[in-house]
Write a new protein. Structure first.
Length: 479
């Protein structure tokens, strides 16, 4: 086997070093073909997903809900929750995936899930991938598949060249077929591997759900939904050419062990169900408008969630004057809910009442016991808009606290730059603008503002060093 690998390596070297015009042209065509194959493989898997290219949604309430869903599962899997982040993606499709230490969940997954348990099942599956190290192994399998594809292509093309040189057309065609067939075999092998990892993650999910005394029924329900959604086309899907097992196969593999769980018939608490429904109502208000909210309101068993969705939809598509009494009614029914005050603050901002927004966001910060950088940032924004020197100084303090909790929030840096600018602190305003641009992926603008900021600070001071780090940052090459 080693001798064979050496021979293949020599063949690859020969192909690269070939000097004749014909072989150089072939090498270029082959390189293009191999690159296209690599893109095909990597595009099939979100292993290298770039967060900056995704439509990320930031919402304190929904992030807290997803964190509460995921934290006990992460503990059951032996993972530390502080090292794993659940990120919300603005997409109507039912999907979730992992990349690095992040779990990405589409808004459509929450909307389409009738119960918290269904989303919890999805998260348990993704945590199974994290705990199993599937991303790293998938990268190894991807490298292996690409190597097989490249080597087989080189062998096939060399056979085609030899056949063409001797006038043996059958040999030339056979060589080309070998090249293409090798790539197809490599791809199928990779897909087979990933399907096995998906089934492993499903079984791990049931284990984590049992450990946390939660039902695996939601996981089965999800696969049943998926099976119904593809029922009309399932006969036309080649199960060997997809990266995930067919839903019916996943149901068959899981049903027995899921139903053996002592928690199979356990239902979500009424309080958790209401939080879930309120998150769905909020997403529908922002993405679907009043009609989507009304459709949801007719079906939900949570009157408060329906009221919440209507209040937000009225704020977004109607008028603040109409929305304020609606949110005040919700606050009267639950005076310790931080997210009602947060929405009220947003309504007050739209009504151009900065003082009212400061009061509302202050209450939201008070009742958000875990400390939300997003809500703290909104309070800082309202204080900046209030505009007097005392409010601006308080804004700086609130925004610095916000960034200590959530240091990658571009909006908070933007508000901080405004506060410093209005206070006449141009150095810190430029530094905050550099940070805003950096965390927004606008690296060239970040470097320009960092250079400006450095001229206003003493060399090697903390502010100078922060600006210097940004200026020295190596801009990633675009692919």
């Amino acid at each position: 086997m080693i001798d064979g690998q050496i021979a293949l390596a020599h063949l690859a070297v020969w192909a690269v070093k070939a000097q004749t015009t014909e072989i150089c042209q072939l090498a270029r065509r082959l390189a293009t073909w191999i690159t296209a194959g690599a893109v095909l493989f990597s595009a099939a898997f979100p292993v290298h997903a770039q967060q900056s290219r995704l439509p990320i949604v930031r919402d304190a309430e929904i992030e807290k809900l997803l964190s509460d869903y995921a934290t006990p599962l992460l503990k059951a899997a032996g993972l530390q929750s502080r090292h794993t982040e659940v990120v919300l993606v603005n997409s109507p499709s039912f999907n979730a995936f992992v990349s690095g230490r992040k779990i990405f969940v589409n808004t459509g997954t929450i909307i389409e899930s009738d119960t918290p348990n269904e989303v919890i099942g999805v998260l348990a599956h993704e945590i199974g991938h994290l705990a199993g190290g599937h991303q790293q192994r998938l990268r190894q399998q991807l490298d292996r598949a690409q190597t097989i594809s490249v080597v087989t292509a080189l062998l096939g093309m060399s056979a085609a060249i030899a056949g063409g040189a001797t006038g043996n057309r059958a040999a030339a065609h056979a060589g080309t077929g070998l090249a293409i067939g090798g790539a197809e075999a490599a791809k199928r092998g990779l897909l087979t591997y990933q399907r096995s990892e998906e089934l492993t993650a499903d079984r791990s999910a049931v284990s984590y759900l049992n450990k946390t005394h939660q039902s695996p029924k939601g996981l089965l329900t999800t696969f049943e939904h998926l099976q119904r959604s593809i029922a009309l086309i399932s006969d036309r899907i080649d199960p060997y050419r997809v990266s995930h097992p067919m839903p019916r196969d996943r149901i068959s593999a899981l049903e027995d062990i899921a139903k053996k769980s002592p928690y199979f018939n356990k239902t979500d608490s009424a309080k958790l169900q209401e939080r879930h429904d309120m998150a769905r109502a909020k997403i529908l208000a922002y993405t679907g408008g009043p009609s989507a909210v009304e459709s949801f309101a007719r079906k939900t068993k949570s009157p408060r969630a329906a009221q919440y969705g209507r209040a937000i939809a009225t704020f977004l598509y109607g008028s603040p004057r109409q929305a304020l009494p609606m949110i005040d009614k919700l606050i009267a029914g639950d005076r310790s809910n931080p997210y009602f005050y947060e929405i009220k603050g947003e309504i007050e901002l739209k009504a151009q009442d900065a003082k009212g927004a400061v009061a509302a966001f202050s209450q939201a910060v008070k009742y958000e016991k875990d400390g939300s950088g997003l809500i703290q940032s909104s309070l800082g924004h309202a204080l900046v808009l209030e505009g007097d020197p005392q409010s601006l100084r308080r804004a700086v303090g609130e925004l610095e606290v916000s960034l200590s909790i959530d240091p990658v929030n571009p909006a908070a840096y933007q508000h901080l730059a405004m506060a410093y600018g209005r206070l006449g602190d141009i150095g810190n305003a430029d530094l905050a603008t550099a940070e805003e641009n950096f965390h927004s992926g606008r690296y060239r603008d970040a470097k320009a503002f960092a250079a400006r900021a450095k001229r206003r600070f003493k060399k090697d001071s903390p502010e100078w060093l922060r600006a210097d780090d940004i200026q020295r940052f190596q801009i990633p090459r675009s692919r």
